[in-house]
Design a protein around this ligand. Structure first.
Ligand SMILES: [Zn+2]
Length: 310
């Protein structure tokens, strides 16, 4: 098999898992690359669209109501994103509002041109707009919302239909769903300004939770996740697409454990919400500790064009 992350061809370790988000339990075969340990589906289902029913999109929160940011709110956001940082207060706020942190690390400000690929209903862009970000675009071939307002656009379109010139392109849990991730990254690279950053948030194969639960790992999400790269796989995929990984962090949360525990007991995502507060707290602590050790099961990768200065 050819690894869609590192690009090497070899014999993969195969295992069978099943669809559990909706509890359909259709079997799906996955393979682990012996070189980079990324996981990928053996055969992409020909009826992939059937695995994204209308209620898949309703799992996303609806876009919040738009408010025009007042000058104080905007000044506060600008201080947080563009200010000197480093203080205890700013560190605490950046943990509370991770989207400011993503922009800050990417070297972006409130006036940067930002694109969210696979933006769903545009909820994150609406939040950014509420804090004064002034040049926001979202694209999603399946979005229910289309908008063309000053400084805020959401288009129901494929990436290839978009122009370029972005300072920051974000992909939040999208790359793992794409049939040709290398080509998609190349498309994105062509749309970045010099010095721009691509932010990829994605489940991480080989992480602690992935190893612990194997085929029952919630973030494998068969058969929708076609490729779940390891950290090494992400580096190799980035290199093959003309990028380098400029920075990596981890933002796994308790749901990775809670739903994997349910899947292990054959309880689907839609079956029973894991709502025991003590359990939640326990797993939240485990997830935070795993993130700190570089073992979180969700990664945040900032990619820069390989030719850009280090
Ligand atoms: Zn590989």
């Amino acid at each position: 098999m050819l690894c869609r992350a590192c690009g090497r061809e070899d014999t993969f370790r195969l295992f069978t898992t099943r669809e559990m988000l909706f509890g359909w339990r259709h079997p799906a075969e996955y393979g682990e690359c012996p070189h980079c340990h990324s996981l990928q589906i053996v055969a992409i289902p020909t009826n992939l669209g059937d695995y994204y029913p209308s209620d898949y999109y309703s799992l996303q929160p609806p876009p919040p109501r738009r408010k025009t940011p007042g000058p104080l709110r905007k000044a506060w956001a600008r201080w947080l994103v563009e200010g000197p940082g480093g203080g205890a207060m700013s560190r605490r706020l950046l943990r509370k509002y991770p989207f400011f942190h993503w922009c800050r690390v990417a070297g972006c400000g409130l006036d940067s041109k930002i694109l969210d690929v696979g933006c769903g209903s545009g909820g994150l862009l609406r939040r950014l707009q509420r804090y004064g970000f002034s040049d926001l675009t979202g694209v999603d071939p399946y979005t229910s919302l289309e908008a063309d307002e000053p400084g805020f656009r959401v288009k129901r379109a494929e990436l290839t239909e978009l122009g370029g010139g972005y300072d920051l392109i974000m992909m939040h849990h999208v790359l793992e769903h794409l049939v040709d991730p290398k080509r998609s990254l190349e498309e994105l690279r062509a749309r970045l300004n010099p010095g721009g950053r691509l932010l990829v948030r994605i489940p991480v194969a080989g992480s602690e939770t992935c190893r612990l639960y194997g085929p029952d790992w919630f973030n494998l999400d068969p058969p929708r996740h076609l490729l779940v790269p390891s950290c090494d796989g992400m580096e190799k995929l980035a290199q093959r697409s003309g990028f380098r990984v400029a920075r990596t962090e981890f933002d796994g949360i308790e749901t990775g454990f809670l739903y994997s525990e349910n899947y292990k007991r054959d309880i689907p995502y839609t079956g029973r919400p894991p709502d025991d507060p003590a359990k939640k707290k326990h797993y939240r602590r485990l997830a935070e500790a795993a993130n700190r050790r570089g073992e979180g099961d969700q990664g945040v990768f900032w990619l820069a064009a390989a030719t850009a200065a280090r």
